[in-house]
Design a protein. Structure first.
Length: 734
C-alpha cells in the first residue's frame, strides 16, 4: 500500500498548484518523516521540471542532516525522476530531506509512504509502461539503500560510494593515514613552516579547535604564531595567557587594534620557517596537512608557492562541501580567488614584497596573492590536491559581513595587477556580481583582422543566418569571411555566395566537392585565411550578443594565450560547452553539459574566464602565431571527432594557453547539417578516432589540469571519486 504524505517542513519553495512547486532560491528542500507512521519505503516523484535539475537526498539518523552520521546522496541530473528509498536498510532513520535543485526551478513533486515492496514496484512499473506508450517521458528511476542491502534489487540500486562529502573526506584522510600514519613518530629538527594567525576577540572554542589540529601534524616541522590584534574579550586574553608557553606556539600581543595587515606583519617579522602559511583564527588544519606540504616541497625544490584544496565546514567544523581546485590558472584567479586556503609562501619573497598591505580589507589575501605570484614562472607554482584546510563558513568573517567593500577592494587589486602603465584595468562584475571581469574589450586598441572560417554544405537557412549574424549582428570592425564548402548543390546557396562576393570584398567561398572531413576543411580555411587571428565557426552556431567577438579577441591580453573558446548553449538554454575536460568519459567531454545555462559550477568557475586543456572547435579563435607553431588539424586520425581536442593539446604542449570565456555566449544547434552519426560506418570511424586520442595522449592515466583528481570522469557533472593513492603536487601542464 502507498499513501501520499505531505512534508513536515519545507523551505525555499512555494506551492503553485496541487502538486506544483516553484523553488525560489538555491537551497530548496522538503523534510519528510515516513517512519513516524511505520512506513518501510519512501517514494519520491519529481516531474515536469522546467530545466534539468540536480536533486539530492539527505537522511537524518537522529543527529540532524549535518551530523556525523547523516547520509547525503547525490542523484543524477534529470527533469523527471522517481526515487525509492528502502528505509529499513538504514539504521534509525528519523527524517528524510529532499533538495530538488541547487538553483531556482519549477516542478511537480509528490511523496508517498510505502508499506510493502510490491506497491513500490507497481507504482514504478506503471510509470515505465506509460512512458513506453508515449503517454509520458521516461523517468530516471533510482533506488536508495544502504550499500550492504539488497532491497529493491533490479530497480537500479546505486551504492553510496563517496557520494557524501563527509564520507569522501574520511576516505581521503584514511588514504593519507596509510601513507603518513607514522607521522607521530617522525620529527623535524627545525620548523619548516610558520603558520601565521591574526587573532581578535576569537571565541575560545575556535582557538581550541585550531590548536588541536596541530598535534596531528609532523612534530617539530611547524610553528604557530598567534598575533593578537588588541583583543578586548577577556576570555580570548585569558586563553592566550594560558597557552603562551605551549610547545611550538608563539603568542604576540598588540595593545591596540591595528587590523589584519599590521598583525600579520608583526608575525611575519619573527617567523622562523622557510615557508609561511596564513591561517584564519576560526579555521583549522586537517590531519597530515604538514606532511603533504613537506612532501611537495621535497619533490619540487624549485617551488616558490604551494596551495591546497579546502573543506568548507559549518560552525562546528563539520564538512559541508569542498573547494577542489585546478592547477594554477592566472586567468581563473583574475575572476575569483579560488586559491584562498591553504596558501604557502616562501618567507623571504613574502618579506620582499612587503607582506599584506593596508587598504584592501576583506580582500587582503587576494591582493597578496596577485602581488606575490606576479612574474613568478608558472612551473614554480604548485597545486597540492589535498583537502588540507578546514574553512569555517559561518558568515561572520569581514568579507562576508562587508561584501561590497571586500568586492571593491578585490577589484582594486585586480585592476592594479592588469594595469597598462599607470592606468589600472577596468574591472566589473562577472556573471555572478560578486566575482570579477576585467574589461579588456574596453581598452583602446586597433582591432586586428579576424578570418572567420565556416565549414558548410548547402543548408541555406543556416549559412544565410550566419552571414547576417556576422555582418549585422556582430560588433567587430575587421572581418574576413571564408566558407570552406565540401560540395553545395543548392542553387540558393550558390547564388548567396555570388551576392556575398559582390557586396563584401572580404568574403570567399572555397568549394571542393568531397566527403565531409572537418579537419580537411579547416585546413583549407587556415591556408586561405589572411587575418592575424582565425575564428573557426560552425554554420549552426547562432550569434545573439554583438560584443561576443571583441570579448574573445580581448582574451588574448592574457599572456601566452593561443586559443580562446566561447560558452555555447543548446536551443533550450542548457549548457552545451563550458570547456572540454580531457579524460572525461574515458576520452574527452564537455563538463556540466545539459545543466542549466546559468549553472555556476564549482567555486563559481562557470561565471568567469579560465584556462582549459581544450575547447570545442565549434567556436574557436586561434592566433596566427599559434597556427604556425602547431600546424594543421589532423586529417587522417581525427577527420570528424576530437580534432579540436587534439589541436588544443598540441597547442598546450607548444606553450600556448587555452582560455574559455562565459562573456561570449552563443547558441549551438549541434550537428544540424552533418546527418546521422548512427550509421555503421560513422560509428566505426568515431570509435577509431576515440581510440586514437586515448592512445596518443595515454588518457587512462591523464588527469586534466583544469579538473580535480577527486572528481570522477564517468559523468559530465563531476561526482566525488577516491583515487587509489595520494595525488602529487602539479602545475598546469597538458
Amino acid at each position: 500500500m502507498l499513501i501520499r504524505i505531505p512534508a513536515i517542513r519545507s523551505r525555499g519553495v512555494r506551492r503553485t498548484g496541487l502538486a506544483k512547486w516553484r523553488a525560489y532560491d538555491d537551497d530548496p528542500q522538503f523534510v519528510l518523516a515516513p517512519k513516524w507512521i511505520g512506513a518501510h519505503y519512501l517514494l519520491l516523484e519529481i516531474a515536469n521540471a522546467d530545466r534539468v535539475i540536480d536533486p539530492r537526498i539527505y537522511i537524518d539518523h537522529g543527529m540532524g542532516f549535518g551530523g556525523e552520521e547523516g547520509e547525503e546522496i547525490e542523484l543524477l541530473p534529470t527533469q523527471y525522476g522517481i526515487y525509492a528509498i528502502a528505509l529499513n536498510s538504514f539504521e534509525h532513520v528519523r527524517r528524510v530531506r529532499f533538495d530538488p535543485s541547487s538553483y531556482p526551478s519549477q516542478f511537480q513533486f509528490r511523496a508517498f509512504a510505502g508499506f510493502d515492496e510490491a506497491s513500490v514496484r507497481s507504482f514504478i512499473g506503471r510509470k515505465l509502461r506509460q512512458a513506453t506508450k508515449g503517454a509520458s517521458p521516461t523517468p530516471s528511476c533510482e533506488t536508495i539503500a544502504a550499500p550492504q542491502s539488497a532491497k529493491l534489487a533490479g530497480l537500479g540500486p546505486r551504492p553510496l560510494k563517496a557520494r557524501n562529502i563527509s564520507h569522501h573526506y574520511e576516505q581521503v584522510i584514511a588514504i593519507a593515514n596509510g601513507v603518513y600514519g607514522r607521522a607521530g613518530r617522525r620529527r623535524s629538527d627545525k620548523p619548516l613552516l610558520s603558520f601565521v594567525c591574526p587573532v581578535f576577540n576569537t571565541p575560545v572554542k575556535y582557538l581550541d579547535q585550531l590548536l588541536e589540529s596541530f598535534p596531528l601534524q609532523r612534530r617539530g616541522a611547524w610553528e604557530l604564531i598567534l598575533c593578537d590584534d588588541g583583543s578586548s574579550s577577556q576570555e580570548t586574553i585569558d586563553w592566550l595567557d594560558c597557552h603562551s608557553r605551549a610547545p611550538s606556539l608563539r603568542v604576540l600581543r598588540s595593545a591596540v587594534n591595528a587590523g589584519i595587515a599590521a598583525a600579520t606583519s608583526s608575525a611575519l617579522a619573527v617567523a622562523k620557517g622557510e615557508w609561511v602559511a596564513l591561517i584564519d583564527h576560526d579555521d583549522a588544519l586537517t590531519p597530515f596537512a604538514v606532511d603533504r606540504v613537506i612532501e611537495a616541497i621535497e619533490q619540487n625544490p624549485g617551488a616558490e608557492f604551494i596551495y591546497t584544496d579546502e573543506v568548507v565546514t559549518d560552525e562546528s567544523l563539520e564538512p559541508k562541501s569542498y573547494f577542489l581546485k585546478p592547477a594554477f590558472d592566472p586567468v581563473l584567479l583574475s575572476g575569483v580567488n579560488y586559491i584562498n586556503h591553504l596558501s604557502i609562501y616562501r618567507r623571504d619573497r613574502l618579506r620582499e614584497i612587503g607582506g599584506i598591505r593596508q587598504g584592501y580589507e576583506g580582500s587582503q589575501d587576494y591582493d597578496l596573492l596577485l602581488r606575490y605570484l606576479s612574474d613568478l614562472p608558472e612551473d614554480r607554482i604548485l597545486h597540492l590536491p589535498y583537502p588540507a584546510y578546514l574553512w569555517r563558513r559561518d558568515g561572520k568573517s569581514y568579507s562576508a559581513r562587508f561584501i561590497e567593500r571586500a568586492t571593491q577592494n578585490a577589484r582594486l587589486a585586480i585592476g592594479e595587477k592588469y594595469a597598462v602603465g599607470d592606468v589600472p584595468a577596468l574591472v566589473e562584475g562577472a556573471l555572478d556580481p560578486n566575482l570579477h571581469r576585467i574589461r579588456f574589450d574596453k581598452r583602446e586598441r586597433v582591432w586586428p583582422t579576424i578570418s572567420v572560417v565556416i565549414p558548410s554544405r548547402d543548408a541555406f537557412a543556416l549559412i544565410s543566418r550566419r552571414f547576417d549574424d556576422l555582418i549585422r549582428g556582430t560588433d567587430y570592425p575587421n572581418l574576413e569571411i571564408i566558407v570552406v564548402d565540401n560540395g553545395s548543390k543548392d542553387n540558393k546557396v550558390l547564388d548567396l555566395y555570388k551576392k556575398m562576393r559582390a557586396s563584401h570584398p572580404a568574403f570567399r567561398a572555397d568549394i571542393v566537392e568531397a566527403p565531409f572531413n572537418f579537419s580537411k576543411q579547416i585546413n583549407r580555411g587556415l591556408r586561405a585565411a589572411r587575418g592575424e587571428y582565425i575564428l573557426l565557426l560552425n554554420n549552426d552556431v547562432e550569434i545573439v550578443d554583438p560584443g561576443w567577438l571583441k570579448e574573445m579577441l580581448s582574451c588574448f591580453d592574457y599572456p601566452t594565450t593561443g586559443i580562446v573558446g566561447a560558452k555555447l548553449l543548446y536551443p533550450d538554454g542548457s549548457l552545451q560547452h563550458a570547456g572540454v575536460i580531457v579524460g572525461l568519459g574515458s576520452v574527452a567531454g564537455h563538463w556540466f553539459c545539459g545543466m542549466p545555462g546559468a549553472h555556476p559550477g564549482p567555486m563559481g568557475r562557470l561565471n568567469v574566464r579560465q584556462s582549459f586543456a581544450a575547447v570545442t572547435g565549434a567556436c574557436m579563435l586561434i592566433s596566427r602565431k599559434c597556427v604556425e607553431a602547431v600546424g594543421n588539424f589532423d586529417e587522417e586520425n581525427f577527420a570528424i571527432a576530437y580534432n579540436d581536442t587534439d589541436f588544443c593539446l598540441r597547442a598546450g604542449r607548444e606553450g600556448f594557453r587555452i582560455v574559455w570565456t562565459p562573456f561570449a555566449t552563443l547558441y549551438h544547434h549541434e550537428s544540424a547539417t552533418r546527418g546521422s552519426d548512427e550509421t555503421r560506418e560513422n560509428i566505426e570511424r568515431f570509435n577509431r578516432e576515440k581510440e586514437a586520442l586515448r592512445k596518443k595522449y595515454s588518457l587512462s592515466d591523464y588527469i586534466d589540469p583544469a579538473y580535480s583528481p577527486y572528481y570522477g570522469r564517468a559523468d559530465s557533472k563531476p561526482g566525488f571519486f577516491v583515487p587509489a593513492a595520494m595525488p602529487s603536487a602539479r602545475i598546469f601542464r597538458v
